[in-house]
Design a protein around this ligand. Structure first.
Ligand code: HEM
Ligand code: HEM
Length: 331
């Protein structure tokens, strides 16, 4: 095992930054689940105003008034505020203890995203859940989550100071595949969000058939968009399994093994959850888990790609450092 030469030991503050960033990333996945619950329970308009809650300050809104759908919607707003505050803490800490420019600007972009996300949440309430705004709110949630994941991953000690068993091979083809999978996951989630916010869940009532056929009759938009989402699920599963098998068969890619394996497990679970959403006629629990599973699939797919880019650069710079050293010895 070789210790990467430029690895710097973490300070206490950097270790705390990493811990808080993990809480932020995990909390964001839970917030996405909570948002999914708001929609699945049909509670989106149970608090009709914003930024106030029934005319009161949202932070002092009395607990005894938390009844019915208000529990979901108001709870979602409070948790979102907590995540927003945690994001401020992480962004400030990144600027104080980490010198990497890209990470500093990523933390600012993530802070901007969470603010826009809160405003989108408010607008969707005030405009009574228009499809475009609700879909944007769902998709920005996923994008923000990815940013928090990257911050958490990049502040880990292992990211800066890694023991690499062997150089990660410069498999450009694989890197393109990993990137294509990330982009395709985003598209798949977008198709899911459009299905959801155009209320097209009941448009196809069975699975694995599609209204009794392999290819359904496209009688309305709902059938078309949900069928596209189902086809997307198959393509995405193939992409994730192809990349996973390529990674597992290549010993040099040991650093990618865990996320690649997790991605295969996650997409299988997500596929089954999608089927359960249909079989249970959109019961709240599987439906909410399907939204959360989408986020977790996206997270592991993205982290596989991010690791591949990072460790490729890492080993490339190590190789060039060793090359320079070797040239020096020759001279
Ligand atoms: C960090 C900030 C936030 C995140 C990450 C977030 C995330 C989400 C997610 C993932 C959903 C589920 C979308 C779906 O089921 O397709 C959702 C739904 C919702 N969120 Fe948020 N949210 C945030 C802030 C807010 C805020 C501040 C409000 C304020 C009103 C809000 C109001 C709503 C409403 C009303 C829904 C249900 C939308 C519908 O039924 O169409 N969100 N949120
Ligand atoms: C395997 C990859 C899959 C991924 C990554 C995925 C992802 C998602 C996500 C993230 C959403 C919610 C989007 C949002 O509003 O935030 C969604 C909705 C939905 N998905 Fe999937 N899905 C997959 C597979 C499937 C399968 C195989 C089916 C059906 C058999 C399915 C059926 C649905 C339906 C019906 C909805 C809308 C639910 C509603 O109306 O509330 N999904 N999907």
């Amino acid at each position: 095992m070789t210790q990467f030469p430029t690895g710097t030991p973490s300070t206490t503050a950097q270790r705390w930054l990493h811990r808080i960033a993990i809480v932020l990333a995990v909390g964001t996945v839970l917030l996405i689940a909570k948002g999914g619950l708001v929609h699945s329970a049909g509670a989106g308009l149970s608090v009709p105003d914003w930024p106030t809650t029934y005319g009161e300050n949202m932070f002092t809104f009395p607990v005894e008034k938390w009844t019915g759908g208000i529990v979901y919607e108001h709870g979602h707003r409070l948790l979102a505020s907590g995540i927003g505050m945690l994001m401020i803490v992480v962004a400030v800490m990144v600027w104080m203890v980490d010198r990497r420019r890209w990470l500093r600007w990523l933390s600012i972009a993530a802070l901007g995203a969470v603010i826009v996300q809160g405003v989108l949440g408010g607008i969707t309430v005030l405009m009574q859940l228009p499809t475009a705004v609700s879909v944007s709110h769902a998709m920005l949630a996923q994008s923000f989550m990815i940013a928090t994941m990257l911050i958490a991953a990049a502040t880990a000690r292992g990211w800066k100071q890694t023991k690499l068993p062997a150089p990660v091979s410069a498999d450009r083809g694989l890197q393109k595949l990993l990137l294509a999978t990330v982009v395709f996951t985003f598209v798949q989630i977008l198709l899911g969000a459009i299905t959801r916010h155009t209320y097209s869940g009941p448009a196809i009532i069975d699975f694995p058939l599609n209204n009794g056929k392999v290819i359904p009759d496209f009688v309305n938009f709902g059938v078309a968009i949900q069928f596209a989402h189902r086809v997307g699920a198959m393509i995405l599963s193939v992409l994730i399994f192809v990349q996973g098998i390529r990674i597992l068969r290549n010993r040099e890619l040991a650093v990618l093994r865990t996320p690649a394996l997790l991605a295969m497990i996650m997409v299988t679970v997500q596929f089954l959850l999608g089927a359960t959403v249909i079989w249970t006629r959109e019961a709240i629990v599987p439906n909410t888990l399907h939204v959360m599973g989408g986020a977790m699939t996206f997270a592991v797919v993205f982290l596989t790609y991010a690791r591949s880019v990072h460790f490729y650069r890492f080993s490339a710079s190590r190789e060039s450092a060793e090359h320079i050293q070797f040239q020096g010895i020759k001279a």
